[in-house]
Design a protein around this ligand. Structure first.
Ligand SMILES: Nc1ncnc2c1ncn2[C@@H]1O[C@H](COP(=O)(O)OP(=O)(O)OP(=O)(O)O)[C@@H](O)[C@H]1O
Length: 272
């Protein structure tokens, strides 16, 4: 079905849809990588591809051959270079197509939201308050739908029921377990001493050290939340979707953890 024509170019409905979908895809890719080094690499790659199209259209065989070889390898290189962005992209798609959010499934939901929280929030908050009072550094990752196996394997398995005392002993300054992050999943402390991916966001203030950068990086890569106690200031922070809420009270912290666990879409949507 012909929609319109520009000179010799005839645009039909499928072409229009094709252009629209590519635009949406490019827009979302831009949103994902804006502010990171990946944007510069992406622009570089796009320029090479556009040059290749021009070179090919003008029948410059030698240059076209060189560029086409480069582009063939470029696809594999892109997967390696954009590993984190691809993970993020797939995570967003996975989240938006989550079957449990479909209206039909919502109809069969019988449990009230109150009973659905499967996390010992009081013990976590009590431990956070204690550590904040004694300037004990802490980095806690809470995940509700993924065991974060990849990250758990970087540390030591704990697999224990959450308790204030256990959290305090993990992060106690002289404890051999205090370094790194502690992972919580399914209401259990799964692992401690875990290494998290450090965020490459250039907009993070220079005053924030590695603990905070690792917390931000973790929430950029996975659908988890991160709680931090600063060893320097004793301040508590909450991180979700790469955005940090600094110096928050125990009450605010409790509310944010609850919102995440209840999957409150309004409070839980990843911020760009
Ligand atoms: N990639 C990482 N994954 C997990 N934990 C990390 C990582 N990098 C650093 N840490 C933790 O952060 C600690 C260092 O924190 P650093 O002082 O650099 O950060 P900070 O953000 O300034 O925090 P604080 O306010 O507590 O000083 C390390 O001892 C380690 O426990």
């Amino acid at each position: 079905m012909l929609l319109f024509s520009v000179g010799f170019l005839e645009i039909n409905f499928v072409d229009f849809l094709d252009i629209l979908l590519v635009s949406v895809l490019l827009f979302h890719m831009y949103k994902l990588i804006k502010g990171s080094v990946a944007l510069k690499i992406f622009v570089g790659g796009l320029s090479i591809y556009l040059t290749y199209l021009v070179v090919k259209a003008t029948d410059m065989e030698l240059l076209s051959e060189i560029l086409s070889q480069f582009i063939d390898v470029g696809v594999i290189a892109a997967f390696i270079l954009f590993q984190q962005e691809i993970r993020k992209f797939l995570l967003i798609i996975g989240k938006s197509t989550d079957f449990k959010n479909f209206p039909l499934f919502q109809l069969f939901k019988t449990k009230s939201k109150e009973t659905e929280i499967d996390l010992d929030i009081p013990s976590i908050i009590d431990a956070m308050k204690d550590m904040s009072g004694t300037n004990t550094g802490a980095l806690i990752v809470i995940s509700k739908d993924d065991a974060l196996q990849f990250y758990a394997e970087t540390g030591d398995y704990v697999d224990a029921k959450i308790s204030k005392r256990l959290l305090l002993s993990i992060f106690f300054k002289n404890s051999p377990m205090h370094d790194g992050a502690c992972l919580i999943y399914k209401n259990r402390i799964q692992a401690a001493r875990c290494i998290l991916p450090v965020s490459e966001n250039p907009n993070i203030p220079a005053t924030m050290g590695l603990r905070h950068r690792a917390g931000i990086g973790m929430t950029e890569n996975t659908n988890c939340i991160v709680l931090i106690v600063s060893e320097e200031t004793g301040q508590m922070s909450f991180i979700q979707g790469g955005v940090i809420d600094h110096n928050i009270s125990a009450i605010e912290l409790r509310g944010k953890i609850r919102n995440y666990m209840l999957d409150d879409e309004e409070n839980n949507s990843p911020k760009s």
